[in-house]
Design a protein around this ligand. Structure first.
Ligand code: NDP
Length: 262
């Protein structure tokens, strides 16, 4: 293990790794020396990320999976293990968002968001935890949201799902605390990805605001008056995976410019 490549010899699985935050996380993990398998449903996107990383000389693979499907998650974990030899780091990043006032929220949307954001985290973590405990080393990082720490209007389902992720993180962290495994979450505010573009689209559609104005609504959610970058989130994920972060466990690290303080 060198200073420049502190994760040399480690292998990581990143869900939702085809674009946005997950792709940035994959890039930062390989830069730190880890092998990485990126996963999502869109094969073309994960193949593009894995190809980009391989062309830079890194060890990278792509395996398609819907994290809401138990059989697919087990197959993903088995394939990642076959390709990389082991999975030391799991980044549960795959997630979806949608908005509606509670009175108009549908059971279908509630179930779908929970299936991906919560059940997906459970299934992937369950698949990986046994080997991490046997190895005596492991890192699970869950990409929650500042919506996992505080409420906000029109996104009650998303907020509930991310609070569930934070609660799950805390519980599993205590369960494996003596086993060399840490489980943490990162909780970003709005990040410049397709997911936020979708939110901007919803605001313009519902209010008639111009796109720039709608974007300013998201920017002003943060005291820093800005939307964050995927690279900023990836830097926090990487920090939690570092060997010297072994004592950080069960935490939910907020990255929102200071809006939520606890
Ligand atoms: P994107 O929509 O850009 O990317 C989401 C990724 O998750 C894609 O690779 C997508 O690929 C994958 N994904 C979605 N559904 C599934 C599924 N069922 N199975 C497997 N993969 C899936 O979003 P972001 O990068 O912005 O979001 C990443 C995470 O960060 C999410 O958990 C989100 O909740 C969280 N977050 C995002 C914030 C933001 O403002 N953008 C703020 C705070 C948290 P595919 O559709 O091909 O499966």
């Amino acid at each position: 293990m060198s200073q420049a490549r502190p994760l040399e010899g480690r292998s990581a699985l990143v869900t939702g790794g085809g674009r946005g935050i997950g792709a940035a996380v994959a890039r930062s993990l390989v830069e730190a020396g880890a092998a990485v398998t990126v996963s999502a449903r869109s094969k073309d996107q994960i193949e593009a990320v894995a190809t980009e990383l391989r062309e830079q000389g890194h060890q990278a693979f792509a395996v398609a999976c819907d994290v809401a499907q138990p059989d697919q998650v087990q197959a993903l974990y088995d394939e990642a293990k076959r390709l990389m030899g082991k999975v030391d780091i799991l980044v549960n990043n795959a997630g979806i968002a949608a908005s509606a006032p509670l009175a108009r929220e549908t059971l279908e949307q509630w179930n779908r968001i929970f299936a991906v954001n919560v059940t997906g985290v459970f299934l992937c973590s369950r698949a990986a935890i046994g080997d991490m405990v046997s190895e005596g080393w492991g890192r699970i990082v869950n990409v929650a949201s500042v919506a996992g720490k505080a409420g906000a209007p029109y996104i009650s389902t998303y907020v509930a799902s991310k609070h569930a992720v934070v609660g799950f993180t805390r519980a599993v962290a205590t369960e494996v605390a003596k086993k060399g495994v840490t489980v943490n979450a990162v909780c970003p505010g709005y990040v410049d990805t397709e997911m936020s573009d979708q939110t901007v689209g919803t605001i313009t559609g519902k209010t008639g605001m111009a796109e720039k104005e709608a974007r300013a609504v998201l920017e002003n959610m943060s005291p820093q008056g800005r939307i964050f970058t995927s690279e900023e989130v990836a830097a926090q994920v990487l920090h939690l995976c570092m060997p010297l972060s072994a004592g950080v466990n069960g935490q939910s690290l907020v990255l929102d410019g200071g809006g939520f303080q606890a």
